[in-house]
Design a protein around this ligand. Structure first.
Ligand code: B4P
Length: 189
């Protein structure tokens, strides 16, 4: 049996590298990477009803309403490939979503919440670079500012939520991608 925790959540401000690190962890652990951001972008591209609801919120840098995201994540977590582990990336982002996740997972729930940290200048820099490279519609000056504010107001309270539960691991997200991956592996032991 693996010595590493396998039911994981990556938490952190926009651009801190949740997606980057979640992909690497998923490969390492052989567990699915579940990114609500990726799922919502796919829904927007396919113009599904959920995508149509989500699009404007995402472009403005606001959170998509809880009930929409809870439905998307809940369905995915109901699939059989998640039974032995998963890497949640970007869900939950509000206390209401965290409570819903507790209900979805039931007994045993999450094993570890890895909170990646970096200061705001570094994050804005990365997101502006990503805007140049990927042309994501939610990576512009105004939406980046909104996403930072939304993170502090709505998502940062989850740090206390998981700290109280004794499953929070705070990890420095500044350094090379490999360095950050090494720190996360340490935190999962
Ligand atoms: P997400 O897709 O989750 O994206 P993110 O927070 O912007 O980025 P992430 O932290 O994953 O950074 P990445 O690895 O890409 O969310 C987008 C939007 O979807 C939200 O604003 C919201 O509207 C909606 N949404 C998603 N989930 C939701 C929920 N639960 N509730 C409501 N709404 C929800 O890295 C960023 C950049 O940095 C990349 O270019 C990367 O290459 C680079 N990078 C990574 N690691 C680095 C390192 N160590 N050094 C230098 N650069 C690095």
């Amino acid at each position: 049996m693996s010595a590493l925790a396998r039911k994981l959540l990556l938490l952190g401000p926009p651009g801190v590298g949740k997606g980057t690190q979640a992909k690497r962890l998923a490969e390492k652990l052989g567990a699915p990477h579940i990114s609500t951001g990726d799922m919502l972008r796919a829904a927007v591209a396919a113009e599904t009803p959920i995508g149509k609801q989500a699009n404007a919120f995402m472009t403005r840098g606001e959170l998509v309403p809880d009930e929409v995201v809870i439905e998307v994540a809940g369905e995915r977590l109901g699939e059989p490939d998640t039974h032995d582990g998963f890497i949640l990336d970007g869900f939950p982002r509000t206390v209401a979503q965290a409570r819903a996740l507790d209900e979805i997972l039931g007994e045993g729930g999450l094993e570890r919440c890895v909170a990646l940290e970096a200061d705001e200048d570094e994050l804005v820099d990365r997101l502006l670079k990503r805007a140049e490279l990927e042309g994501r519609s939610d990576d512009n000056d105004q939406s980046i500012r909104t996403r930072m504010r939304v993170y502090h107001d709505q998502t940062a309270p989850l740090l206390a939520y998981y700290r109280e539960r004794g499953i929070l691991a705070e990890v420095n997200g500044v350094g090379s991608v490999e360095e950050v991956s090494g720190r996360i592996s340490e935190a999962l032991r």
